[in-house]
Design a protein around this ligand. Structure first.
Ligand code: NDX
Length: 256
């Protein structure tokens, strides 16, 4: 049966950190080619409806840790590492897999990116789940530790911002529409990438609550992946809409 190999966790986390840097170097100048940054000439054959694409892409991040959790035997008594924290991760991906895709009004998604996205979700789902279920050990009073409580709070706050902002974006379009408009309301009042800001806060909260290398590596990856994307969205809006709110920042309210 499976057990904890600290070397494996270290290796996988380091590779995730390296991927984050690769991502940053690739996408700082040019945005990743999906959504509003996709080239017009892309063959329609190489795409899948947004609904299927997001469902398939994010499913492994829910399924892999959920299966690891279900197959863990004998069940651990420590409730925190094994259950609550892993369930937080699964909870996010439950939303992203089973709720978000069914309401999205996004454009068809490129198959090639879907493939890499899925690989990424398998990798990260395994790393986070494996670490929390087989390796993590917390003292009995971790529930009252400032890292756990503040991290959990940030996680919930970020998730709330992310879901609310996703909803505001969706409401910009009628079903079947594919045009872009200026997002309004919520945190979009302050930043162009309100959904991304929420997601980043969420995963840094998760990292603090779990106080673990894999979770910090993932939070860093998220920052390197969607941070530049928020910046490219911002530039796109400034270029496209002459009446775009001047005081709005790219990612961090009042700062950047
Ligand atoms: N999926 C995370 N890398 C990614 C997919 C792409 O969950 O090869 C990372 C995720 C993947 C990426 C994933 C990993 C790295 C990959 C990358 C592709 C290349 C890259 C594989 C897995 C890679 C290396 C080199 C390392 C191998 O038509 P539309 O689609 O634009 O419509 C949009 C709509 N909308 C508007 N509608 C009207 N008016 C406007 N002005 C609008 N603006 C937007 O709203 C969409 O339907 C919707 C949201 O659009 P957008 O662009 O704001 O968000 P999007 O990027 O689609 O993300 C959706 C949500 C969001 O909440 C975000 O926080 C979360 O997913 N997310 C996204 C990416 C990664 C991630 C979270 C994470 O790292 N945690």
């Amino acid at each position: 049966s499976m057990q904890c190999f600290p070397g494996l966790v270290l290796a996988l986390s380091s590779l995730l950190g390296a991927l984050a840097l690769l991502q940053l170097s690739l996408y700082l100048r040019v945005p990743s080619r999906y959504g509003k940054h996709e080239e017009r000439l892309c063959r329609p054959r190489g795409r899948l409806p947004a609904r299927c694409a997001w469902f398939l892409q994010e499913l492994p991040s829910f399924l892999v840790p959920a299966l690891l959790l279900a197959l863990r035997s004998p069940p651990r008594l420590e409730p925190l590492g094994c259950r609550l924290l892993c369930c937080l991760f699964c909870w996010h991906y439950f939303y992203r897999t089973f709720i978000y895709p069914f309401f999205t009004r996004g454009r068809p998604f490129p198959l090639q990116l879907l493939f890499f996205g899925m690989l990424f979700c398998i990798y990260n789902g395994f790393l986070q789940g494996y670490y929390l279920i087989y390796c993590a050990e917390y003292p009995n009073n971790w529930c009252t530790d400032i890292r756990f409580t503040s991290g959990l709070l940030l996680f919930l706050l970020g998730m709330g911002i992310n879901i609310h902002s996703d909803l505001l974006l969706r409401q910009l379009r009628k079903p079947g529409e594919v045009t872009y408009k200026i997002p309004q309301g919520g945190l979009f009042t302050y930043v162009s990438g309100a959904n991304y800001f929420g997601e980043i806060v969420e995963w840094f909260g998760f990292a603090i609550a779990t106080w673990s290398l894999p979770a910090f590596a993932f939070a860093f990856f998220t920052l390197c992946c969607i941070g530049p994307r928020a910046y490219h969205h911002h530039r796109y809006y400034l270029k496209t809409f002459t009446d775009y709110p001047k005081s709005r920042k790219a990612l961090i309210p009042f700062v950047f």
